[in-house]
Design a protein around this ligand. Structure first.
Ligand SMILES: Cc1cc2nc3c(=O)[nH]c(=O)nc-3n(C[C@H](O)[C@H](O)[C@H](O)COP(=O)(O)OP(=O)(O)OC[C@H]3O[C@@H](n4cnc5c(N)ncnc54)[C@H](O)[C@@H]3O)c2cc1C
Length: 511
């Protein structure tokens, strides 16, 4: 069997906030660590770039404190989060913010202090932001920061397909490069930072890359997956008939005084929760679904016309621009909205050092399940989680690389029977893949809304299994579309299984 030398110490699959922070922490720990970052699309296509609201941290110790942020996080997660983890993350949040500032990220200020926003579920103003483009600011500044490190390489348009653990001698990453060629990249450690899986549902705010690839890859080699039934739906995405990927309207607008009204212009949320628009997002999303069912309508509305136009334009330029793009004048008209799949609360199970249950495999960011969120995420805690767990992963990997300086430098290449030039997908097949994807998304959305075990669940599961079986015999179509579709099916099946397990728990202790 052919042997190749290990080129990299660490492969980081994913170039969002999690992957970029990890690369920076590792490069700062030792400029000799050989690091490669892999992104399946252009670098700016990820959920990080889309984040609007901001990042939560206690920075104003006069009005706020850690206990309050911990309490809000635990409460939003319906008391299912891991309190020990929550405390560690929240207490370390100001240090994570400092790291971002040191890497060049800027947040809006009021004089010398940060201009802090408030979002649903937070009892204080504690969201640092850069107008409503915080994710873009963070992503661009971190990309600029990594370009200064010679030991960080970036491979764009490379799609990770599978991980091949090498019996404690390192790891191999099987991927598809930008020319459509299959490739094996060896390393001592692999870190999955592949983001979420919102693309498994009929409506999502997530970027097109969010097809659960890391989750599916980890599950295929037996990594523990947890809480994948807990998906957060964002209550305010702009409704557009027939569209799957929807534009989010930041929750900070509700904190700023926006109202949610039904077709008759009534603020119906108080019928469901005393906090009205400021209830946490899962409460607001469920109330909207209940209202839509009751009124038999496709959408409800976000009302801004009672707010000051000048302040809105200054604080929420993206929202205003997105409305105008769709011919809506938000200063005069209500904005049609519906909830959309937004955040994967569960994922690849990791410990405090971001280690998965597979040796030498780590997971960070939205693809991981850390215990911070429990069954529901508090708004703006996920960017923070990504930085915190990237830091811990970096410390652990750095320590292991330093302690094991004599790691094997050679790795065996697996035998492949396939030609490594993969066939491009025919146009005809592409259309049938798109149809199949849309059917899967509709079925999984239906499953999401089931409140108890019903025959329908078994029927959806059997259908998904049958599609996966058909897909697996089409090996020659190892295109990006094929890889993503297979991952969506596998993540969908994990979601259904987790949902079934949830229904087996007596209702009194479900959340
Ligand atoms: C519209 C929107 C608004 C949000 N607003 C906020 C907010 O205000 N505050 C907050 O805290 N959170 C917010 N979130 C959530 C937050 O943005 C994400 O949880 C976070 O950015 C995830 O970062 P990540 O690095 O884990 O993943 P991402 O930023 O999604 O990056 C994933 C990376 O993995 C790569 N990748 C995926 N699969 C493969 C593969 N097979 N091969 C190679 N590369 C692959 C992608 O190319 C990409 O580079 C928002 C999310 C959305 C969608």
């Amino acid at each position: 069997m052919a042997k190749i030398s290990i080129e990299y110490d660490v492969i980081i699959v994913g170039v969002g906030i999690a992957g970029l922070s990890l690369a920076l922490y590792l490069a700062e720990a030792n400029k000799k660590h050989r690091i490669v970052l892999i992104s399946k699309e252009a670098l700016d296509i990820c959920n990080t770039s889309l984040a609007q609201g901001g990042i939560a941290a206690v920075t104003d110790q006069q009005k706020d404190n850690f206990k309050k942020h911990i309490k809000d996080t635990f409460k939003a997660g319906l008391k299912t989060g891991d309190l020990a983890i929550i405390k560690q993350v929240i207490n370390a949040a100001p240090a994570c913010i400092n790291d971002l500032l040191n890497w060049g990220v800027e947040f809006d200020k009021n004089g010398l202090n940060f201009d802090l926003h408030r979002e649903g579920g937070h009892n204080q103003n504690r969201i640092l932001h850069k107008s409503d483009q915080t994710g873009k600011e963070i992503h661009q500044k971190l990309l600029a920061a990594i370009s200064k490190h010679q030991n960080i390489e970036v491979l764009e348009k490379h799609t990770a397909i599978d991980i091949l653990p090498q019996k404690n001698k390192g790891m191999l990453l099987n991927c598809l490069n930008e020319k459509g060629l299959e490739q094996f990249i060896p390393a001592h450690y692999i870190v999955l930072a592949t983001g979420g899986s919102g693309q498994i549902f009929a409506h999502t705010t997530n970027s097109s890359i969010a097809t659960g690839d890391g989750l599916a890859m980890a599950a295929r080699i037996g990594a523990a997956i947890q809480d994948i039934n807990y998906f957060q739906f964002h209550p305010t995405a702009i409704y557009e008939e027939g569209k799957q990927q929807l534009t989010l309207i930041t929750e900070a607008l509700r904190g700023f005084g926006a109202h949610i009204v039904n077709e008759k212009g009534e603020r119906f949320l108080f019928d469901y929760d005393t906090s009205g628009e400021l209830a946490n997002r899962s409460v607001v999303a469920s109330a909207i679904y209940a209202e839509l069912k009751k009124t038999n309508k496709n959408c409800v509305y976000l009302r801004l016309k009672h707010l000051k136009a000048e302040e809105l334009s200054h604080k929420f330029p993206t929202v205003i621009e997105q409305c105008k793009k769709r011919g809506i004048n938000p200063f005069k008209e209500d904005i049609p909205i519906i909830p959309a799949a937004h955040y994967q609360c569960g994922g690849i199970k990791v410990n405090i050092d971001s280690e998965t249950t597979i040796p030498n495999l780590f997971a960070i960011g939205e693809c991981s399940r850390t215990g911070l969120h429990g069954s529901n995420r508090l708004a703006s805690n996920s960017l923070l989680e990504s930085v915190f767990f990237a830091k811990n992963a970096a410390q652990r990997i750095h320590q292991r690389l330093t302690d094991n300086a004599n790691l094997s430098q050679l790795i065996e290449l697996p035998k492949t029977s396939d030609s490594n030039m993969l066939e491009p997908l025919q146009a005809e097949k592409q259309i049938s893949f798109l149809k199949l994807k849309s059917e899967i998304q509709n079925r999984l959305s239906a499953v999401y809304h089931l409140k108890e075990m019903e025959n329908e669940l078994e029927e959806h599961e059997a259908w998904l299994k049958a599609q996966l079986k058909k897909l697996k015999v089409m090996k020659q179509h190892k295109s990006l579309e094929f890889i993503e579709l297979k991952n969506i099916l596998e993540v969908g099946l994990l979601f259904i299984q987790a949902k079934k397990n949830q229904f087996k728990v007596p209702e009194s202790i479900q959340n």
